[in-house]
Design a binder for this molecule. Structure first.
Ligand code: SAM
Length: 219
């Protein structure tokens, strides 16, 4: 990756980390990640013909799990800033026309000229300043069909000062300063302010991680 735009962000990965990203997650989660992500993607209630936009898609590991629910008319469009992730994504989907990769920044306004059924963002949005998160949410909203759903898989809301000290230590060791701000915000209120409604949430990892799904109004 070229120079970081947000020096304090932990989601603009170095090339080395990007190269070994899936392995690092498997090891760092003591082998729990694979089962967790399969479950979270099942919770998205993907329909066979859905078109899903995956913001900050990484290696395509999540997109691969999504395509298990899709038929030949369903599709996943993965967006990422990293060339390395792009290469990995395309390798993951060799000979599978249900996925495409577009190298683009998601933290600036973009318009792909498509309307999708679902937008998914996993462990990306916490890593930006809050005004940039607003742009990402607007990008998601713009690309959703009326009634389409936005799925944020990321940290849940919690008070860092009141969680057990060893959990706080782990979070502070591994997370960037934007993540501290992310967990302190009311995400349903924020999404409501952007025109989303009908929230559903599923919790993982002792309640520290959440899949939050929100619907764009049907009008
Ligand atoms: C922590 S990883 C998560 C990857 C994937 N979503 C997952 O759950 O496995 C963050 C991803 O966001 C991408 N990313 C960071 N900043 C970005 C930006 N401004 N625009 C698009 N992608 C970005 C990184 O290249 C990386 O693939």
């Amino acid at each position: 990756m070229a120079e970081k735009i947000y020096p304090d962000s932990g989601v603009e990965l170095t090339t080395t980390l990007a190269k070994h990203y899936d392995r690092v997650l498997n090891i760092g989660s003591l082998g729990l990640y694979a089962g967790f992500i399969r479950k979270a993607i099942r919770e998205m209630r993907i329909n066979p013909e859905d078109h899903i936009l995956d913001l900050g898609c990484g290696t395509g590991r999540n997109a691969r799990l999504m395509t298990r629910f899709l038929n030949e008319r369903g599709k996943v469009t993965g967006l990422d800033i990293s060339d390395h992730m792009g290469k990995h994504f395309l390798r993951t989907f060799q000979n599978d026309r249900r996925a495409e990769f577009i190298r683009t920044r998601i933290d600036q306004r973009f318009d792909l000229g498509i309307s999708v059924d679902k937008v998914f963002i996993s462990f990306v949005i916490h890593g930006f300043p809050h005004d940039v998160r607003d742009i990402i949410i607007q990008n998601a909203y713009r690309h959703l069909k009326p009634g389409g759903t936005f799925h944020i898989l990321d940290y849940a809301e919690f008070n860092l000062d009141t969680i057990p000290v060893h959990h706080r230590l782990i979070f502070k060791t591994f997370e960037c300063k934007y993540a501290f701000d992310f967990v302190s915000r009311d995400w349903k209120k924020i999404l409501r302010g952007h025109g989303f409604e009908e929230f559903t949430e599923w919790f993982h990892f002792r309640g520290y991680v959440r899949l939050l799904s929100a619907r764009k109004s049907r009008e």
